[in-house]
Design a protein around this ligand. Structure first.
Ligand code: MV4
Length: 446
C-alpha cells in the first residue's frame, strides 16, 4: 500500500479521501488555491501545498503545479476525486510518466470513454444495448436529417464530449433539427473543445440508473448494484438512492453483467460507473461511463458496507479484490440529498459566509461536508455544501430518517436548497418511487 497520497481536489471529496487514508495509515498531502487557504481539507491533511490562484484554471486544473507538489512532498500516488482533473487522460498519463501512480483507470480507458461516440461503438461491440441512433459521429445537418428520418422523431441531438446538458437538445422535426445542429455543435466546441455530434432516438419518460463497478488489475470485477439518479434539475442530480425502486432482480443482474462486459472490453481497472437509461418496459440502454469516483458513491457504500475509496487505493496499489460477486452485500436502502448553497426557487448559486450550521445526527445518518460555520461559499467553485445520506432497513425507514434529518438541518447566512429537498422527500410521488426524469419540472416555475 502507498505510504503517502496527494489529493488533487477540494471540499467534501478531499475530506472524504483524507478520512480513508487516515484510517489506512496513509500520509496525506492537500493542495489548495488562494481561496482555500483556510479550508477544512487543508487543515486536516498532514501537509498542504499552495498550487495557485482561486480560479480552477490557475490551481486545481494546473497539471504541472499538482505534479510538482507530489514530487516535492514525495507522494507516491494522486487521488483526483471527482470533477476537475479526474477524467483527464493527459493528467493520468503525465503522472504515470513521472513515476506517480494515478488512482484511477489507465489513460487509454479514460480516453476510450471520453468520447460518447466512440464509447457507443465500443459498447455495441461488447453486445450491450445503446439507444438506437447514428453510427459514429454525424458530420452535417444534412446527414443528421437523413438519420433522424430513419429512426423517427423525436430524436435527441447530443454532443460527443458534452456534459451538464450542454450541446444536448430534444428535436421534434427536421426544421428544428437543422436549426439545432449548428448551434449545439458550436456550443459544445466552445465548452469542451470539440463539437462532434451524434443522434439517438428519444426515450420517453426514462429513468437514470447507474451501475457501480470495481475491477482489479488481476482480471476480477464485481458490480455493486445500482443507483437511481432520476431526480435531476438542469442535468444536476439532486436526490439519489440505492437500490433503485424500479429495478427488479432480473434487471439488476442483466445490467450488472452488461456493466462488467463493457469493463472487460476496455480492460478497465479501478472504480467506475456505467450510466444507463431504463424505459418504462424496463429495457436498458448504455448512456456513458464515468471513469472515476462519483458524488453519489455513499449510497452504495451504505448498502454494501464497502469503502469505495479504500478499494480505489488498494486496486491502484496492485492488490487483488479477493472477493467475488457472491460476496457483495445488499443491506437495506440508502438515500442521498445534495445540499447546495443556492436560491431554492431560481436554483442559482447563493455565495456568502455560512453564519451557523447544524448537521443532523442519528441512527443511519451520514454527513459528507466540506464546510463549517464561518466558511465562505465563493463563486469560484461548485456551490455544494455537502451531502446528507440516510440509511434504513428498508426504503420507508430510509425516507423517514431522511425527513427527520432534513428538518433538523440548519444553515444560516446563505440560502440553500433545503426547502426543495424537504418537499421532494415528503412527496407522495417520492414515497411511491415514481421518480422519472420529469419529477422536478414544475418546481421553481411557480
Ligand atoms: C436521453 C433522454 C432521452 N432519450 N437520451 C443524458 C444525459 C443526462 N444528463 C440526461 N440525458 C438524457 N438522455 C435519450 N436518447 C433523456 C435524458 C434526460 C434525463 C435522463 C435521466 C434523468 C433525468 C434526465 C433529465 C433530462 C434529460
Amino acid at each position: 500500500m502507498f505510504r503517502k497520497v496527494l489529493i488533487a481536489n477540494r471540499g467534501e471529496i478531499a475530506r472524504r479521501i483524507l478520512r480513508t487514508c487516515r484510517r489506512l495509515g496513509i500520509a496525506t498531502v492537500a493542495v489548495y488555491s488562494d481561496a482555500d487557504e483556510k479550508a477544512l481539507h487543508v487543515r486536516e491533511a498532514d501537509e498542504a501545498v499552495r498550487i495557485g490562484e482561486a480560479p480552477v484554471a490557475k490551481s486545481y486544473l494546473n497539471i504541472e503545479a499538482i505534479l510538482r507538489a507530489a514530487e516535492e512532498t514525495g507522494a507516491e500516488a494522486i487521488h483526483p476525486g471527482y470533477g476537475l482533473l479526474s477524467e483527464n487522460a493527459d493528467f493520468a498519463r503525465a503522472a504515470m510518466e513521472r513515476g506517480i501512480r494515478f488512482i484511477g483507470p489507465s489513460p487509454e480507458a479514460i480516453a476510450a470513454m471520453g468520447s460518447k461516440v466512440a464509447a457507443r461503438e465500443t459498447v455495441k461491440r461488447a453486445g450491450v444495448p445503446v439507444v438506437p441512433g447514428s453510427e459514429g459521429a454525424v458530420a452535417s445537418a444534412d446527414e443528421a436529417a437523413r438519420i433522424a428520418a430513419e429512426i423517427g422523431y423525436p430524436v435527441m441531438l447530443k454532443a460527443s464530449y458534452g456534459g451538464g446538458g450542454i450541446g444536448m437538445q430534444v428535436v421534434h422535426s427536421e426544421e428544428e433539427l437543422r436549426k439545432a445542429f449548428a448551434s449545439n455543435s458550436a456550443r459544445a466546441k466552445a465548452y469542451f473543445g470539440n463539437g462532434e455530434m451524434f443522434l439517438e432516438k428519444r426515450v420517453q419518460r426514462p429513468r437514470h440508473v447507474e451501475i457501480q463497478v470495481l475491477c482489479d488489475g488481476h482480471g476480477q470485477g464485481v458490480y455493486l448494484w445500482e443507483r437511481e439518479c432520476s431526480i435531476q434539475r438542469r442535468h444536476q442530480k439532486v436526490v439519489e438512492e440505492a437500490p433503485s425502486p424500479f429495478v427488479d432482480e432480473a434487471l439488476r443482474r442483466d445490467m450488472g453483467e452488461a456493466a462488467l462486459a463493457i469493463c472487460r472490453a476496455i480492460g478497465y481497472e479501478n472504480a467506475g460507473t456505467l450510466e444507463f437509461l431504463v424505459d418504462e418496459e424496463k429495457h436498458f440502454y448504455f448512456l456513458e461511463m464515468n471513469t472515476r469516483l462519483q458524488v453519489e458513491h455513499p449510497v452504495t457504500e451504505m448498502i454494501t458496507g464497502l469503502d469505495l475509496v479504500e478499494w480505489q487505493l488498494r486496486i491502484a496499489a496492485g492488490e487483488p479484490l479477493g472477493f467475488g460477486q457472491g460476496d457483495i452485500r445488499r443491506d437495506g436502502h440508502a438515500i442521498e440529498c445534495r445540499v447546495y448553497a443556492e436560491d431554492p426557487e431560481k436554483m442559482l448559486p447563493s455565495p456568502g459566509t455560512i453564519a451557523r450550521m447544524v448537521l443532523p445526527e442519528g441512527e443511519g445518518i451520514r454527513n459528507d461536508v466540506g464546510v463549517e460555520a464561518g466558511s465562505e461559499i465563493t463563486p469560484f467553485y461548485d456551490p455544494m455544501i455537502g451531502k446528507l445520506i440516510a440509511h434504513g432497513r428498508d426504503r420507508a425507514e430510509a425516507i423517514a430518517r431522511m425527513k427527520q434529518a432534513l428538518d433538523a438541518y440548519v444553515i444560516e447566512g446563505i440560502r440553500s436548497n433545503l426547502p426543495l429537498l424537504r418537499v421532494i422527500v415528503a412527496s407522495d410521488r417520492f414515497a411511491a418511487g415514481d421518480t422519472t426524469t420529469d419529477f422536478l419540472e414544475s418546481w421553481g416555475k411557480r
